[in-house]
Design a binder for this molecule. Structure first.
Ligand SMILES: COCCCN1C=C(N)c2cc(S(N)(=O)=O)sc2S1(=O)=O
Ligand SMILES: [Zn+2]
Length: 262
């Protein structure tokens, strides 16, 4: 799988998020200014082909919770969109706030959402391991989906029901047959795309970001279960709620955000 425990376990619940990498001019997240995005008719529809059988485990890494997929074969893939190559799904995770007023990492015309889903993929045409791809330009492709509070998300519930078992940092439980496609919005043709970075250490500038225009809806109660997770491990005397695990927005540094729609 892709998320290396060592790197992630260095994460602190710094709501400010770690400082940008020195000289980093392709950092994420950013504010997407809609009127400044440039329509690119060459952008294709996204093609996702996820096999629920590749779902392996769900764990609390002390910063978010990750659902990890077996990425040793090309069974769960992403291609199309702005991508030239085929990418393998390795994990998905979320970022959220302590209240519904904020929590997302990207914003659209400064609009914050209560949470944001990230589906992380690496370029399996060019690299043979996630660890290789994570340090290369365009080695990774992350799909971002905004969450809004509304009706209950039936597909998410299976995941929400597993969270109490991973309340503490470094807890892991087996998690199978989860199809991440159920978390995508009905329309995946409309998205913004730009070159950026991981939003948590190692903050490498290896990511082609694909941010969906259409959000998904989850219920208030489902989000409340996210907030019942803890940053801290079972041994620590002071327990800290896992909330506000988002990074602050980074300068655009002259980058262009392209849109697949007018
Ligand atoms: C050598 O392994 C490096 C660590 C790998 N990862 C760590 C992150 N912090 C991370 C953050 C991600 S995000 N928030 O930018 O999608 S994706 C991702 S990740 O690709 O799963
Ligand atoms: Zn993320």
């Amino acid at each position: 799988a892709c998320s290396s425990k060592y790197v992630l376990s260095q994460m602190h619940p710094m709501w400010q998020g770690p400082l940008a990498v020195p000289g980093g001019d392709r950092q994420s997240p950013i504010d997407i200014i809609v009127r400044k995005s440039v329509f690119d008719s060459a952008l294709k529809p996204l093609v996702t082909d996820y096999d629920p059988e590749t779902c392996q485990q769900i764990w609390n890494n002390g910063y978010s919770f990750l659902v990890e997929y077996d990425d040793t074969t090309d069974k769960s893939t992403l291609k199309g969109g702005p991508l030239q190559d085929q990418f393998r799904l390795c994990q998905f995770h979320f970022h959220w706030g302590e209240s519904n007023a904020w929590g997302s990492e990207h914003t659209v015309d400064r609009r914050l959402f209560p949470a944001e889903l990230h589906l992380v993929h690496w370029n399996s045409d060019k690299y043979s391991l996630f660890e290789e791809a994570v340090i290369e330009d365009n080695g990774l492709a992350v799909i971002g989906v905004f969450l809004k509070v509304g009706k209950r998300h039936e597909g998410l519930q299976k995941l929400v029901d597993a969270l109490p078992a991973i309340r503490h940092k470094d807890s892991v439980v087996e998690f199978n047959k989860f199809d991440p496609a159920c978390l995508l919005p009905t329309n995946t043709d409309n998205y913004w795309t730009y070159h950026g970075s991981l939003t948590t250490p190692p903050l490498t500038e290896a990511v082609t970001w694909i941010v969906m225009k259409q959000h998904i809806e989850v219920s208030h109660d489902q989000l409340a279960v996210f907030r019942s997770l803890l940053f801290t491990s079972a041994e620590e005397e002071v327990q800290k709620s896992m909330v506000n695990n988002f990074r602050v927005q980074q300068p655009l540094c002259g980058r262009t955000v392209r849109s697949s729609f007018t």
